[in-house]
Design a protein around this ligand. Structure first.
Ligand code: COA
Ligand code: AMP
Length: 630
């Protein structure tokens, strides 16, 4: 039996034994009573009764164990032209003092805090300081508009919101404070404090009474120790797009999360403490939570916080420069980044300027890795290119090539095999398991391994109905795909209304909710179509209300602005077609899948439930006017 098979089998046959062993790599204040509490399925709790602190495990214990002088964080910021290094000892001082400052503002164990910050070390310091106190953070990605931030403020009900005065996004300087003020004015819940980290290129105006300067409160603060919390206590809430405008607040616990993430660093990524590990993503996404902040620090690595883009900061050689300058061993990013680089520098000329001899492996995730990009990246970098599949919900990989256990030959188009802990199956719509090569719903047999979502924040019912109801006994991933005869999993795409734009997860349902509020729109449908660089992009079809005689282009421009203003620029909503009717089933369900196929120029089967098949000819004509299929 190979190393993978042995590990995988053990993880499924004896999950308690397997994860109890992995948990020895985490320092506990109090050992757990039960490795896995199975008393309330489908709600499972890992390490119940155990007590620990995630910040202690990510920071303090490394200082105590002799890593104090090792660099913990490298802030590489081509947009501000700076590189800053922070050792584990300095990180401990900064986190402990900022935690003291938060406590001084009345923030304690169990309180929620929203963090809205760009890619600066202070974002990680704020997250770790919350973890230190047992407060629950919720980081919101900077590309979301005020309205989206307001939705999260109302749901998370934070006592405080921690922000930076602004960011540099590519070549634009963005002021965050006006947007945050707008969000707070839109929300019913009012955070008591807004703590602002002022950056030197944009100064935020502070509102007396509510707003505080980060530097001022830190100056007056005393460092505080880590507060032991229950393993099952929440570490963070991360909102992610579902099928409606109300995002899902994924709740992550402390103990299981620390155990799984620490385990993943060696077993999946094959890195060791002391190695330089770089996830080129954003702290606002799950990749940023897991692989910029928590996992590399739990493992004693050096992590890079990169404030730049793969192209344009200053050029398509930016990634090679960072790998070379900081001796990066593993890079993790989204395929979009490589497609963007390939478009700018198709022959990889810029790569030749850098010695990348320390570089060991490229990991890609966040969206489907198309075989072209896979082959291009491999030829360019001459290192293994490893696709792995996971979701905000899981926090770490469900399917991967486990480089630290056993390296499998790659099959382009497949993220390889289920990771130990995940019992991955493919079911048909009736819930029956299908054979090799047959496409269906990818599910994971319960219980899920540690680290995966414990529930949805303050909404166990939505947790159960979203993930556990369609296929009782399984977690529904909402991705479709198949497993081949060698056990390789192929992930073909979402089965719901979630799309992936540049590796960012967005909801077409949320865009529809915005568009539907336009005064001239009677009905609308938004669906995703292919995009050469960003993987997918949204297209909207609208039916105008009877009697509307306005210029259609004007209406379309207004819709672009509405989505931008209410969801954010990252929705990349730009294209709308005005149609007479939308194709629907007899029961009134809009046939988005069929429209997706028409726009992509793919063959489709006429849905047997369609109300009026002639509409599809009209839609085909209307999409042609937009240039689809391309
Ligand atoms: N704050 C504010 N605005 C942001 C933002 C942020 N953090 N991130 C993106 N935006 C804005 C952009 O400025 C852009 O606005 P515009 O319409 O005014 O130009 C819009 O949102 C779309 O951004 P993006 O999709 O990033 O497109 P881009 O053209 O600026 O860059 C890529 C294209 C491919 C370079 C970029 O998408 C990229 O680096 N992708 C890698 C993806 C990644 O790391 N994903 C994380 C998951 S692992
Ligand atoms: P997010 O929650 O933002 O991480 O997005 C999760 C979704 O991204 C998954 O449900 C998939 O649809 C998609 N995804 C992530 N990684 C991959 C991958 N390696 N291959 C195919 N799809 C992926």
């Amino acid at each position: 039996m190979g190393a993978y098979e042995e590990t995988f089998r053990k993880s499924l046959e004896d999950p308690e034994g397997f994860w109890a062993e992995a948990a020895r790599d985490i320092d506990w204040h109090k050992e757990w009573d039960a490795v896995l509490d199975r008393s309330k399925p489908p709600l499972y709790r890992w390490f119940s009764g155990g007590e620990m602190n995630t910040c202690y495990n990510a920071v303090d214990r490394h200082v105590e164990n002799g890593r104090g002088d090792q660099t913990a964080i490298i802030h590489d910021s081509p947009v501000t032209g700076t590189v800053r290094k922070i050792t584990y000892r300095e990180l401990q001082e900064q986190v402990a003092t900022f935690a003291g400052a938060l406590r001084g503002q009345g923030i304690n164990r169990g309180d929620t805090v929203i963090i809205y910050m760009p890619m600066i070390p202070e974002a990680a310091v704020a997250m770790l300081a919350c973890a230190r106190l047992g407060a629950v953070h919720s980081v919101v990605f900077g590309g979301f508009a005020a309205h989206e931030l307001a939705i999260r403020i109302d749901h998370a009900r934070p006592k405080a919101i921690i922000i930076a005065s602004g960011a540099i996004e590519g070549k634009k300087t963005l002021a965050y404070k006006p947007l945050v003020d707008d969000a707070i004015s839109q929300s019913d819940h009012q955070p008591e404090k807004c703590i602002v980290f002022q950056r030197d290129f944009v100064t935020a105006e502070l509102q007396a009474g509510r707003d505080l300067s980060w530097t001022d409160i830190v100056r007056e603060a005393e460092p505080v120790d880590c507060v032991p919390v229950k393993a099952t206590d929440p570490l963070y809430i991360l909102y992610t797009s579902g099928t409606t405008g109300m995002p899902k607040g994924v709740m992550r616990d402390n103990g299981g999360h620390a155990v799984a993430l620490k385990w993943s660093m060696k077993n999946i990524y094959n890195v060791n403490p002391g190695d330089v590990y770089w996830a080129a993503s954003d702290v606002g996404w799950v990749v940023g939570h897991s692989y910029i902040v928590y996992a590399p620090l739990l493992h004693g690595c050096t992590t890079i916080i990169y404030e730049g883009k793969p192209i344009g900061t200053p050029d398509a050689g930016a990634f090679w420069r960072v790998i070379n300058q900081h001796k990066v061993k593993v890079l993790f990013t989204a395929p979009t980044a490589f497609r963007a680089i390939k478009k700018e520098d198709p022959h990889g000329q810029l790569r030749k300027q850098y010695d990348l001899s320390d570089f060991q492996t490229l990991f890609l995730a966040g969206e489907r890795l198309d075989p072209d990009t896979y082959h291009w990246a491999g030829r360019l970098l001459q290192v293994p290119v490893i696709d792995h599949w996971w979701q905000t919900e899981t926090a770490w990989a469900i399917v991967a090539n486990p480089m630290g256990i056993e390296e499998f030959p790659v099959k382009a188009g497949s993220p390889t095999k289920p990771v130990p802990g995940y019992d991955v199956r493919v079911l048909d719509h009736a819930g029956k398991e299908v054979g090799p090569g047959v496409e269906g719903n990818i599910v994971v047999k319960l219980p899920l391994p540690p680290g995966t979502l414990a529930t949805l924040w303050r909404n166990d019912d939505r947790f159960v109905s979203s993930y556990m109801k369609t296929f009782p006994g399984y977690y529904e991933t909402s991705d479709g795909g198949y497993i081949d005869e060698d056990g390789y999993v192929y992930v073909m795409g979402r089965m719901d209304d979630v799309i992936n734009i540049a590796g960012h997860r967005l909801s077409t349902g949320a865009m529809e909710e915005v568009i539907a509020t336009h005064q001239d729109v009677a009905e609308c449908a938004v669906f995703g179509t292919d995009d050469e660089v960003k993987g997918q992009k949204p297209i909207g079809l609208i039916v105008l209300k009877a009697g509307v005689a306005r210029d259609e282009q004007e209406i379309k421009n207004e819709l672009v602005q509405m989505v931008r203003h209410q969801i954010g620029p990252i929705a990349c909503y730009r294209e709308t077609a005005v149609v007479k009717r939308l194709p629907k089933t007899r029961s009134g369900k809009i046939l988005r899948g069929t429209m997706r196929s028409i726009a992509a120029g793919k063959e489709y089967r006429m849905p047997s439930t369609i109300d009026d098949p002639t509409i599809l000819d009209e839609i085909t004509r209307d999409l042609k006017t937009l240039g689809y299929p391309e």
